[in-house]
Design a protein around this ligand. Structure first.
Ligand code: SF4
Ligand code: SF4
Length: 200
């Protein structure tokens, strides 16, 4: 086995690890000047979810700068991000950091990464509900999520309180007039674009 005496420099070849196509794709899809990040850490300081992240948001930005595709796309942080935009508003270089996190999440989906499967299950269920009803049907979404997440009783205790306060309806409240059709048309355009290779 090689030790520090045999390999005194113990260097990491960053250039060899760089995926330039990945760097270019993130820059293109996000529209952000990623090189302008100077790692001040302001984004992480304002992120309410840092305590749950496996990689703080400023380090995610660094991974993108370095072109470390696999580490960036397989981290949990991009799935736990709430898109609150606190990072974006705090960035002194006007980088839309939340947009970068969003782009990474889409790329991770396309690459088959889902380190937080319940987040993906919830997101998929939410979008399916909006596509079907024109707006989210909370009770239906809760039922689908409970079944698909494999935790049918996890949030069951919240049901009675939400029902008594009128926060949950047994039937969907679909938009009036053309609203439902307009929402459906948005999803149709999206699926048509995806079919042509436009991604998610
Ligand atoms: S958008 Fe995401 S990364 Fe940025 S502060 Fe909010 S939760 Fe954190
Ligand atoms: S706040 Fe902006 S410049 Fe500072 S680390 Fe985050 S992305 Fe980089």
């Amino acid at each position: 086995m090689q030790n520090s005496r045999q390999n005194p420099l113990r260097t990491v070849d960053l250039a060899a690890m760089r995926d330039e196509a990945f760097q270019a794709a993130v820059a293109s899809e996000s529209g952000q000047l990623l090189a302008s990040c100077y790692q001040c850490g302001n984004c992480t300081a304002g992120c309410a979810y840092t305590h749950d992240y496996d990689i703080p948001v400023h380090q995610v930005m660094r991974l993108v700068q370095l072109g470390h595709r696999e580490r960036a796309l397989s981290c949990r942080s991009i799935w736990l991000c709430a898109t609150c935009q606190a990072c974006t508003t705090r960035c002194p270089n006007n980088i839309d950091v939340a947009r970068v996190m969003d782009v990474l999440r889409h790329m991770a989906r396309r690459a088959g990464h889902a380190p937080e499967p319940t987040v993906k299950t919830f997101t998929d269920g939410f979008l399916a509900s909006v596509a079907r009803h024109g707006r989210v049907f909370e009770a239906g979404l809760a039922a689908v999520f409970a079944i698909k997440s494999g935790k049918p009783l996890q949030d069951a205790g919240l049901g009675p309180a939400m029902l008594s306060r009128g926060k949950l309806a047994f039937l969907p409240h679909e938009p009036e007039g053309q609203g439902k059709a307009e929402v459906a048309a948005i999803f149709e355009r999206f699926y048509a674009r995806k079919k042509q290779g436009g991604g998610e």
